[in-house]
Ligand binder design. Sequence first.
Ligand SMILES: [Zn+2]
Length: 136
Amino acid sequence: MNRHPGNEKPRVRGGAGIERKGSREYLNRVGALYGGSRASAYLPTDWRQRLPNPASYYAQHVAKLGNANPKGWAQGLCPFHEDHSPSLGVHVAEGGAYKCMACGAKGRDLVAFHMARTGYGFKQAVRDLLGLEVRA
Ligand SMILES: [Zn+2]
């Protein structure tokens, strides 16, 4: 009786178990880093260049949009509250920032406006603006 079955069995099982568990954890962590299920919301690297022109976008989505002032701001009806006189300022010259004097809705660019208007998350909103398929 030179064998020590009591020592051997746990060592083999324990070793394999730790190894397997470790690699699964690693894979999960890598998966999370690369977006996991959010990988379907992939954005092309040049998405910012492919956004629509703020002037044409806002002309479609803001009622009664007036002409831009010399600083590039145009006034129109705010879609975020019941607006009867144009209180929404949109920067049509560049970027597409917006700000409503009445309800306080504001955002730094076209994407922020599109998110607020549609309820999409950031990547969904960008994909929609680019005319790409929007996945839930
Ligand atoms: Zn408003």
